[in-house]
Design a protein around this ligand. Structure first.
Ligand code: CP
Ligand code: NVA
Length: 301
């Protein structure tokens, strides 16, 4: 039962619940007009501590397409930092039907969910990016027919990696992670993924990518880590997703990246635009799967 729930990590979501959301995402993508009034008169508050292109626009456009309304709120133009988060959220909660927030620390999204009675969606924190993972698995299922594939992730064991591992493993994918020593994904996420599937972590990109059906990477410097840029740019180059690395995966391997990409760092332009790339389908699917998610959390599907 998804009605009234929060989506903070996907750890508390059962495989069948994740499947339900993705299946509805695929259906909503095929028949958008069927749902054009499903969230009529419903309002989504979107709180952003950090910048965004895809998360903001896919949620806002998605809400419009469902007949509802979305309000963009950032930390500079609201009183979210002048007042205590708890009281500010309690007020927002009285006005709207559902809340999505992008925050720095995982504790902040937890505090928002505790203060709000309405469903709260994590639009990215330092540890997780669950909406991204839902769109990623929807894209893999669309292109491969199911999620029984080997997903290789190379680069930084960050928020995107943690959520991809959890979501992928829950749907049956084998997960192979190639990261530099000291940049491994969150132990809690690895432990959760291992309950459902085979997960291996190694310290070379080549080993991780071998015979993979999906090769995924993300930025080496996430939002909030800007002070570590110089150090990270020295450590990560052996993990670049380029044509040479891609050749180690299966010939029809999908190339994925959550975007924004830093061309010449974690990925090369020829890989982004190669025949294997599904990067823009992945970005589009953010909107379809988040429409499905909101319909489920609001009990309208
Ligand atoms: N992939 C993603 O979340 O993009 P934005 O940071 O632009 O929202
Ligand atoms: N890992 C990146 C993802 C951006 C969508 C970050 O947190 O900045």
């Amino acid at each position: 039962m998804l009605k009234g729930r929060d989506l903070l990590t996907l750890i508390d979501y059962k495989p069948d619940e994740i499947k339900e959301i993705i299946e509805l995402g695929i259906e909503v993508k095929k028949n958008p007009e069927k749902y054009c009034n499903a969230l009529k008169h419903k309002t989504l508050a979107m709180l952003f501590m950090k910048t965004s292109t895809r998360t903001r626009i896919s949620f806002e456009a998605g809400m419009t397409q469902l007949g509802g309304h979305a309000i963009y709120l950032d930390w500079r133009t609201t009183n979210l930092t002048r007042g205590r988060l708890e009281e500010e959220i309690r007020c927002i909660d009285r006005y709207v039907d559902i809340i999505m927030a992008r925050v720095y620390k995982h504790e902040e999204i937890k505090a928002i969910a505790e203060a709000a009675e309405k469903p709260v969606i994590n639009g990215l924190c330092n540890l997780f990016h669950p909406c991204q993972a839902l769109a990623d698995l929807m894209t893999i299922i669309e292109h491969k027919g199911n999620a029984n594939v080997k997903i290789a992730y190379v680069g930084d064991g960050n928020n995107v990696c943690n959520s991809l591992m959890i979501c992928g493993a829950k749907l049956g994918a084998e997960i192979s992670i190639g990261v530099p020593k000291g940049y491994e994904p969150l132990e809690r996420a690895v432990g959760e993924a291992k309950k459902y599937s085979e997960v291996s972590i190694c310290n070379t990109a080549e080993e991780a990518v071998k015979d993979a059906d999906v090769v995924y990477t993300d930025t080496w410097v996430s939002m909030g880590q800007e002070a570590e840029t110089e150090k990270r740019l020295k450590i990560f180059p052996p993990f670049q997703l380029n044509m040479k690395l891609l050749k180690l995966a299966k010939p029809d391997a999908l190339v994925m990246h959550c975007l924004p990409a830093h061309i010449g760092q974690e990925i090369t332009a020829d890989v982004i635009y190669s025949k294997n790339s599904v990067i823009f389908d992945q970005a589009e699917n953010r909107m379809h799967v988040q429409k499905a998610l909101m319909l489920k959390l609001l009990g309208k599907a």
